[in-house]
Design a protein around this ligand. Sequence first.
Ligand SMILES: C[S@@+](CC[C@H](N)C(=O)[O-])C[C@H]1O[C@@H](n2cnc3c(N)ncnc32)[C@H](O)[C@@H]1O
Length: 323
Amino acid sequence: MNDNIYHKSVMIDEVIASLKPSDNEVYVDCTVGAGGHSKNILDTAKCRVIGIDKDPEAISICKELQKVYADRFSLTEGTFGNIKEIVNSVGINFVNGIFLDLGVSSMQLTSPERGFSFQYNSPLDMRMNKRGEKAYDLINSVNENSLADIIFRYGEERKSRKIAKEIVKKRKVKKISTTSELSEIITSVVRFKHSKIHPATKTFQALRIYLNDELKELYKVLVASEELLTQGGRLVVIAFHSLEDRIVKNFIRYNSVSNKKYDILKPESSFVYESRKVIRPSREEIELNKRARSARLRCAFRSSSSLDRNHHMNHNFQKYGGV
Ligand SMILES: C[S@@+](CC[C@H](N)C(=O)[O-])C[C@H]1O[C@@H](n2cnc3c(N)ncnc32)[C@H](O)[C@@H]1O
């Protein structure tokens, strides 16, 4: 069911088919948001869900849902990069599934005061956890070269140098305080003409990814999943842009074998994949929910292999395409 008033969850059927919730098992919803996916997992089986979100507002919204499922649903405000500590802190060492629905929620995007979107005129913020450096601090203090690098690296914006130059020019006259001011500066440099998306889209994405350390967080949770998932436990990830999807794809590629070659008695790697093909939302879903159009789901399950003490050494952020 997809009737949440705060956020329409994407690919619910595909998530359930990939995660395969079963009675008495434990799942971690690392991006609980408005709780849509958690609710569907909890309704599919008499299982337990540990919900994590770094946004205190998401946690408060989910408190209502927690009343319905009581001891089957727990909530932790924290980052999924710390999944192991969070899960261990509730007395659990292994789980049967880990789910991630990456990026921002509709609540975050459509709350003007959060400053995530150029569609509203609001203060430059963009912090998911409401702590630390704001987009305002970054835009008004970082030097031109570093700003250009951030916009290029995390937004894949070809006009990054020109945008950074214009930002630095404008902020010398007056500090840039709002999303609209920033969006106007970008639009003066990147023309709408040849692009299907708003000229500010890539720069806003870049600032958000950088400020919330999104790619490193993703890397950390993937590495931790190897330790936390029990044999047969499933890792299911929905990504919304190529920077994230590349890390998920490479993590699975480097650490898994096909289920056709998987020998449970002689496992060659930590994970097993059923298909290398990414799962996309149906056309019907995209028609009903525009946000679903860029969603890409990948999954794998934990093999019977045990980990040696140095298993962390097998992983490397850059090897998986991290930038
Ligand atoms: C797309 S929304 C999830 C929506 C949710 N699946 C639902 O059905 O309502 C992504 C959520 O992940 C959270 N998030 C993003 N990065 C995070 C991180 N590193 N740790 C914890 N939560 C994170 C965001 O705050 C946001 O609430």
